[in-house]
Every structure is written in C-alpha cells, then in structure tokens.
Design a protein around this ligand. Structure first.
Ligand code: GTP
Ligand code: SPV
Ligand code: MN
Length: 596
C-alpha cells in the first residue's frame, strides 16, 4: 500500500487484513474525510455516538425515566423511506439484473456516482464499521464492512448487526467480505443512488441516511447481494420472518414467512398468541430477513442474520403488539415519530389520544388539521435480545429447521385468509405470482396492487426468472420440502373494515398450518389449493361478522381470473428465461378456474 491517510496508519493495528486496508484506503482517497474512526462495537462507543448526536442536535433525548436510553431522530423530510427508483443492480449484462431491477453497467455507474463520492466526506469523519451478519461461529455468517459519514447510521448498525472485533475475528485475513461505501452526500434525491455490484460483492450508497438505503447490512447486503451469492452457492437469502410455534406438548415447529414491506412480518414474529392458554405460543427468531441453507440431511434450515429490529411504529400498541412495545422501552432509537411534551414517543395507533402540545415528526407543534403526527414509515430500532419472546435458538449456528413457508401480502379482496399449495412447485408458482398492495415503506403511491414475487421485488439482486428457477431447484434438493401456504390478514368488507381480527388471532391460522404439517388439519381441495374445511379453523370467541369465515375461505373466480391475467403480463417480461414449470402451473390454475 502506498501512502495511507494518517488516520489509517494510526488505527490499522486493529486488523492486518490487506484487502480490507487497501479498500478503505482507496475509499478514503476518494471521499477525503478529515479523520477515520474504526468502530469496535463496544457500549462505550455507542454511548459516545449518542452523546455526540445529542450535542449536534441529530438526536433528541426522550424521557429517561420511562424510556431509559431512548432517543428520537428526525430524518430529512425528503429522506423517509427506501427509494426503489434510485436503486440499481449493476451487472455486466443487463439480462443478469433482469426486468425487475433498474440497471446500470458497472463502469457507467462508477463513473457517474464516483463523481458524487469524490470529496463528499470533506470536513466529516469516516466511520469504519466491520459487522457480522449471523451469529459468531456460524458457518452461514458473513462479514460486511460499511464506511459511512453518518453517526446515526453507525449507531443504528450497532443495534442491527454484530459490530466490531467479532466481525474482524470472523474475517481474519480472508478477502471474503462485502464492502459497502456510504455517504449521506447532500441528501438530495437528485443526487441519490443505491448501487449494488453483485459480481464484485460491492455496495455504493449515497444521498440518503434512511433505513434500507443506508443501513447497508440490511436490504443491500443481506438481500440484494446475498440473494445473488445464494443463487451461485446453492442457498437462499429471503425477505422472511422466522418463528417457532410451540404446541401444548412443548414441541416447537419453525415457520418462515415472506411478506412485503409494512405487511405484518414484525407483528407476526412477535405475536402474543390468542391461544396461549391452550398452550400455543410464538417464539421470535427473526422479523425481516432469513438466510436458508440445506443441511446434510436435506433439511431446510434458517438463520436470522440480523441482531435488531427496524420496525414500523404506527399502529404498534399494547393491544396489537405488546411484545414490540416491551422490546422498545429501552435502548431504542426512534425515527420520525411524534414527541409528547413529557418526552414520550407517540404515533397514530399507539393507543392513546394525541396530547396537547404534541410535536410532529418534522419537529413542529402539531394540530389535528395537519395530517399525521408521526410519519407513516416512522420506525424503531431496537436490539433483538430485548424481545420478551426471543427464541432461545435465535443464535444457533446451524439455524432452525423450517417445516412450512408462508407467502403473505396485503390484499383487500380476492385472496383467501389461508390456502395451502398442492406441492412445492405449485407453492413456488403462488409465491412468484403474489400480488401485493404497496405501502409507505417505499416512496411512491400507496395501496395499488403490483406483483411482488416472494416479497422480493425490490430486493432480488438478479433476474427474477432465474430466482424462480433457483427456488424450484432448491425444492428438488430437499428431502422433505416445507409445505407452502398463502396467507392474507388484510381482507376487507365493502365498507373497508377488516374481515379478520389479525394480530394475535392469526395464531388460529398458524394452528391450522401446524395441523396440516402434522397431517391432521381438515381441508377442502379447490382450484386454488387446499382451503380450510368448514370449522377447521377455530373461531370460538371471535366477533366475526356473519358470513366472514365463508368469505375468507372461498374462491373468488372472477378475481382470480383477473389475477391470472396480471400474472401473465408479469411473466411475459421474462421471455424464454421464465421456467416452464411456472407457465405450467399458471395454465393449470387458469384451467381449474375456468372449469368452475
Ligand atoms: P417491514 O419492516 O417494512 O418489512 O414491515 P413488516 O412486514 O414487518 O410489517 P409490520 O409487522 O411492521 O406491520 C406493518 C403494518 O401492518 C403495521 O401498521 C401493523 O400494525 C399492520 N399489521 C400487521 N399485522 C396485521 C394484522 O394481522 N392485521 C392488520 N389489520 N394489520 C396488521
Ligand atoms: C422494508 O422496507 O422492508 C424495511 C424497511 O424493513 S427498510 O430497512 O427501510 O428497507
Ligand atoms: Mn418489519
């Protein structure tokens, strides 16, 4: 290495990893920070980050008696959600990225965005964040190194990943790490780009300090880069929660569920079971991302690569999600929520009325004529270890064995409460054609139905046709493939009311799924798949409107025929590349519907 910036010389003792030092050196020459700080991941370091942010005004202290170690961050008003239109997959061939991704050629991307990085950290400090995705000592864990000029990002990474020496020790002298260069730049959406170079395992992100745009371990690495690596290496990186479902005998069965952003993963993962007294309880393994591997016995196993939760605040309450409410009582960073005069965080649906003198997410006194006080995509960042329902197996190096996979999305109409795929291939097809209503987790119109295969549309780092082929291939390698289900907690009546109570009562659906895994649950065979037989889902004690269950478990022929057309349009984009099995299943579904 030629002349290193002074600060790298001073601190390079923390690692001898030449490849790592070389990349940091290159990045520092490009971005030209005044100084460099190597993160060790310690509590003292976290505390000093918080202290600095309180001083520079980027954090507001919350009431330390009721919310010890909790703080509020307000992001720039134009930087409040992932920006899918500014997110790119940069592969040599455009076809590798596929029609579902924005694409730039790697040289063009580097030329264009390199100019923005040039000198962008002048007057700022660069934080070097070595982080481990997955638990220490797991063969499935992977190392990322994020460089950032944002203290908020550095503090958030402390919560969301395993930061510091644990990562450097895992890496040793290996070159097998995912470098991620991040700068908030000038925060202008005109100069914002989130770039992924899967072929060189590299991430470049500039112009945003928010969530999935900026915490590079999350969607950028653990989904977009990892999904590409997984395709090459024979495993899967999925946008999935993982839970353990305990039955009255104490046996725990693990389920993984892919739901699009802001569609119920965190809530399902932390669910307080409505059937706890009958002995059914949910354990939280993960709430957003799962890495799935096939073990020596041909069993699919899942790890949660993350160490924290970056959860949606609005509608989280003691009634809907008491486990989350307990998890976020301490050591939590809140982003873009409202603030009460007594220093409490507040959001729509928290379960109390907005108090007099409420400050909105932009820091202004709120009046009820001004819309929402908390941003609809306001979030909490909290350590997973604080979650009362955290699974004792969360950090098992081999992960937990998966018995069932759920596809879930928001659909006000058409899609039943639950249905089971006939087999793996049919299940992959149902996932590939999943329609979902868009949410506030990404910028853009909310509430329109789009195809969101496996909840991965914004997160698949390569051509989705190849991704479907990969899913089919994995199924062929599994000794006993997990059963696949489609669920939908979000059906509404014509007046817009939810037909199903959701949240903790979703346990009733999970129990049917468990019964199906065990071969005891009663089902009727339909054009869509297996639907629960009348009475197979226990509804005792629920205040359902008359006929709700009937509507939630019947086949909407016209609605599905329309869906079949939408799928066809979606699949047509992939041309010859779409696996024949997907077209076969599509044709079979259409024929079954037409026979009705
Ligand atoms: P990301 O963190 O963006 O990936 O979101 P997520 O999939 O984890 O969604 P989350 O659990 O945070 O839920 C998003 C929104 O859906 C919140 O406002 C929840 O209150 C609401 N929600 C979650 N589960 C249910 C349910 O079973 N029924 C209803 N009606 N709403 C739900
Ligand atoms: C999502 O949008 O799925 C999230 C939030 O979990 S973010 O981390 O911003 O992607
Ligand atoms: Mn979530």
């Amino acid at each position: 290495m030629r002349s290193k910036p002074e600060s790298i010389k001073e601190t390079s003792a923390v690692t001898e990893n030449v490849a790592l030092l070389r990349w940091i050196d290159e990045s520092a020459r490009l971005t030209k920070p005044d100084s460099i700080h190597w993160c060790d991941g310690s509590q003292g370091e976290y505390d000093s980050f918080i202290h600095q942010m309180l001083k520079d005004g980027s954090l507001v202290e919350l009431n330390q008696r009721s919310r010890p170690n909790c703080y509020l961050h307000r992001s720039h008003p134009n930087d409040v959600a992932r920006t899918e239109n500014l997110t790119f997959i940069c592969t040599q061939e455009k076809e590798t990225a596929g029609p579902n991704n924005n694409w730039m050629s790697p040289p063009a991307a580097k030329e264009r965005v390199g100019k923005l990085f040039d000198g962008c950290m002048r007057g700022r400090r660069m934080y070097v964040i070595p982080y481990l995705m997955g638990s220490a000592g797991s063969p499935y864990s992977k190392v990322g190194i994020q460089l950032t000029d944002s203290l908020y990002v550095a503090a958030s990474m402390h919560i969301m990943a395993r930061v510091g020496n644990v990562a450097l020790a895992h890496l040793g002298t290996s070159e097998d790490f995912v470098p991620g260069l991040h700068s908030v730049g000038d925060l202008s959406p005109d100069r914002r780009s989130i770039l992924h170079f899967p072929e060189e395992k590299l991430i470049w992100s500039i112009g945003s300090g928010y969530g999935g745009n900026a915490l590079l371990g999350k969607k950028c690495f653990a989904l977009r880069i990892a999904s590409y690596l997984a395709m090459r290496e024979g495993w899967m990186a999925e946008h999935m929660l993982v839970i353990g479902l305990e039955d009255p005998s104490g046996q725990v069965t693990y389920l993984a569920g892919a739901f699009p952003s802001a569609s119920g993963k965190t809530n399902l993962a932390m669910m307080v079971s409505g059937m706890e007294r009958e002995g059914y309880k949910v354990w939280t393994v993960g709430d957003d991302i799962a890495w799935l591997h096939i073990d020596e016995e041909g069993q699919l196993r899942a790890i949660n690569p993350e160490a924290g939760f970056f959860g949606v605040a609005p509608a989280t309450s003691d009634a809907t999600n008491p486990v989350a409410m307990e998890t976020i009582r301490r050591n939590t960073i809140y982003t873009n929520v409202a603030l009460t005069p007594s220093g409490e965080p507040w959001w729509e649906g928290i379960g109390s009325d907005p108090p007099e003198g409420l400050i909105d997410w932009k820091g202004r006194t709120w009046s009820k004529f001004e819309g929402k006080a908390a941003h609809p995509n306001s979030r909490f960042t909290a350590p997973a270890s604080q979650c009362p329902s955290i699974s004792p197996h969360r950090e098992d190096p081999r992960g937990v064995p998966i018995s069932a996979i759920l596809w879930g999305s928001r659909r006000s109409t058409v899609v039943p409460l639950v249905m089971q795929a006939f087999d793996w291939q049919h299940g992959v097809f149902l996932g590939s054609g999943m329609g979902a209503e868009t949410t506030a987790a990404a910028t853009g119109v909310v509430g329109i139905v789009r195809r969101d295969p496996m909840a991965m549309l914004p997160f698949c780092g390569y051509n989705m046709a190849d991704y479907f082929a990969h899913w089919l291939k994995i199924g062929r390698q599994l000794k006993k493939p997990p059963l696949i289900f489609r669920v939908n907690w979000f059906r509404r009546d014509p007046d817009g009311h939810f037909l199903w109570p959701g949240y903790g009562e979703n346990i009733r659906v999970l129990k049917w799924i468990l019964d199906r895994v065990r071969g005891t649950g009663k089902a009727k065979e339909t054009a869509l798949g297996y639907l629960p037989a009348p009475g197979a889902i226990d509804t005792e004690g629920l205040a359902l409107v008359p006929g709700a269950m009937e509507e939630l478990t019947s086949v909407d022929k016209a609605g599905w025929l329309n869906g079949v057309k939408e799928m066809e349009k979606f699949y047509n984009q992939f041309g010859e590349r779409l696996p024949g099995e997907i077209w076969d299943e599509h044709r079979k579904l259409k024929e079954r519907l037409e026979r009705l």
